[in-house]
Design a protein around this ligand. Structure first.
Ligand code: HEM
Length: 536
């Protein structure tokens, strides 16, 4: 009886919906609402968690924030309004509490990278260390790659990094001398990009992109043509790496079943060209290296030599994928952070003065050499300046989404079942007043030091300091990233004066996957001792 009645009802509804275009639209909307409500009913754990009304029913709310380029600031505002737990998508809760870092990201929790990371896969390559979501595949790759970042390897990389700093110094001196009053106008961000790309090019591909020498962001690309031949061309590597971040971080929050359609919209399809070109850069560089060989002890050499537990080395495509991963992960992270440091030093003359006192006391004045890592890695104020800049700027600022494993997870009495997506927003925990104090929004390197100016026992602050993430997917390159900043910033501060074109302006930032400065117009000149105030 009931089945007959339902069948007859469905039949009538079908006839009604097909009887006119308006009826079809109404039927479609009703169906969509029914689907959304059924989905909502299947997620009782999420139901009581506050957040924007639309985010409860559709991922498109978060997509919109990602497209607008200020996701972290918006999510931060929501946490201020609603508290520690905020539902930012139907199946995604943001938890602004450092105590959630371990259950969400920690070793042994069994959480995995969420399907957000599928949007980071390069179309023609196997997954790399960063975007693989498979635990066994990640463990295998991580074993090979972490070996390349062991302390012994970092010692071998130091001369390559110092060489790029030396080239940067030479170029800035030359440009300063070319100007009548010694001040040369430049975009600090672009020069930090040239440095970061050339350094990672030198390490990950065996040769630089020549950006510092040319003062331009061009890189060679090799792309397959429809006929299967490789076409050689050039592109603006800085621009395409930015566009690739915007593309992936936005497409990654679109529901997976809508991604093929979304990818056809001009906003995405224009940026997809950049994703392809980026792969072409890695192909061009790795091909060059494989053709010509090299006896350099760099990242690529270590990747080529690395073996997994079965004794297998990486094949060519995997090698390209991992080199590309390092190019993407190790380039603008470095340049964004260095630019933010220079900006904050320009805005805080007292901090600059103190840093210079420390550097002048520990490094010789008359040396043309870039300092050794061992000369600068334990300088407390330099490290405080770097940490404070990583905290305030947070180039990796969004909550990195993780999929909860079988059995789910309970955080602060709230249970999230298997399949829930959770994240801890780095931008917000870097501003938690219960950890950082009432002045959490202020730039104050002294918070990293004790009353005698020595590095504090960091455990109190470090529990909420998350620039490199944590757990099995923690940044594998952090042992390189920090020494790179230490040597670079020590050299620039010791040898140059900077002044901002518009000191009254905040640092303009936009967020794709990373929170990055848009530009930092400034002037640079060879340092003139006794005229310290010019930085502000
Ligand atoms: C200041 C500089 C850097 C910052 C702030 C930074 C930050 C991060 C963060 C937050 C992650 C986790 C991403 C996620 O889970 O989605 C990450 C992962 C990663 N980083 Fe870095 N990074 C920096 C420099 C570097 C450098 C120089 C390299 C290599 C040359 C590098 C290579 C990687 C790789 C390969 C991963 C993926 C690790 C994995 O999933 O096992 N990073 N980084």
């Amino acid at each position: 009886m009931i089945i007959e009645a339902l069948t007859s009802y469905a039949h009538q509804a079908w006839v009604w919906s097909t009887s006119s275009a308006l009826h079809s639209v109404i039927a479609g909307v009703v169906l969509l609402i029914a689907l959304v409500l059924v989905q909502e009913a299947r997620r009782p754990a999420m139901a009581g968690i506050p957040g924007p009304f639309l985010a409860r029913y559709t991922d498109l709310w978060l997509t919109r924030q990602a497209m607008r380029g200020n996701r972290s600031e918006v999510v931060h505002g929501l946490h201020k309004k609603y508290g520690r737990f905020v539902r930012i998508a139907p199946n995604h809760v943001s938890i602004a509490d450092h105590a959630a870092l371990n259950p969400v990201y920690g070793h042994g929790t069994g959480s995995l990278k969420a399907d957000f990371y599928d949007a980071f896969a390069a179309p023609t390559l196997p997954r790399g260390l960063f975007n693989t979501r498979s635990r066994p595949e990640h463990s295998r790759k991580r074993k090979i790659v972490s070996h390349t970042f062991a302390p012994k390897s970092i010692a071998a990389f130091e001369p390559f990094v110092r060489m790029q700093i030396q080239i940067l110094v030479g170029r800035l001196e030359e440009l300063s001398k070319s100007s009548q009053d010694g001040w040369y106008a430049l975009d600090v961000l672009m020069w930090m990009n040239y440095f970061a790309f050339d350094t990672i090019g030198s390490l990950a591909f065996g040769s630089t992109f020549g950006m510092l020498e040319r003062g331009s962001p061009e890189a060679d690309v090799e792309l397959p043509t429809p006929s299967g031949k490789m076409e050689k061309t050039t592109c603006n590597a800085v621009q395409i790496i930015n566009e690739r971040g915007d593309y992936s971080a936005t497409l990654g929050v679109v529901p997976p079943y809508l991604r093929p359609y979304a990818a056809r919209l001009p906003w995405f399809s224009n940026r997809l060209k950049s994703v392809k070109k980026l792969t072409g850069i890695a192909f061009a560089k790795v091909n060059q290296r494989l053709e010509h060989g090299s006896d350099r002890e760099d990242l690529l050499a270590k990747l080529q030599a690395g073996t997994d537990e079965t004794g297998q080395t990486m094949g060519k495509y995997e090698l390209v994928a991992e080199s590309l991963t390092q190019l993407i992960a190790g380039s603008d992270t470095t340049s964004n952070s260095a630019t933010a440091i220079i900006y904050h030093l320009c805005q805080h003359p007292a901090v600059l003065k103190k840093l210079r006192q420390e550097l002048d006391a520990s490094l010789p004045d008359d040396s043309d050499e870039v300092p050794l890592l061992s000369d600068v890695d334990s300088l407390p104020y330099l490290n405080a300046v770097i940490n404070e800049s990583l905290r305030v700027h947070s180039t990796s600022a969004i909550g990195l989404p993780r999929l909860m494993p079988q059995g789910g997870v309970t955080i602060d009495g709230k249970h999230f079942p298997e399949g829930s997506v959770l994240s801890v927003p780095t931008y917000t925990i870097h501003r938690d007043p219960t950890v950082w104090g009432k002045d959490a929004e202020e730039y104050r390197p002294e918070r990293w030091l004790d009353a005698e100016g020595k590095a504090t026992s960091k455990s109190d602050l470090e529990k909420s300091f998350n620039p490199f993430s944590t757990g099995p997917r923690v940044c594998v390159g952090r042992n390189l990233a920090i020494p790179e900043q230490q040597m670079l910033i020590a050299t620039l501060v010791k040898r140059f004066d900077f002044k901002l074109e518009k000191p009254e302006d905040d640092l303009l930032v936009v967020e794709g996957f990373l929170r990055k400065p848009v530009t930092l117009p400034a002037k640079v000149r060879i340092r003139r001792k006794g005229e310290e105030s010019v930085w502000s």
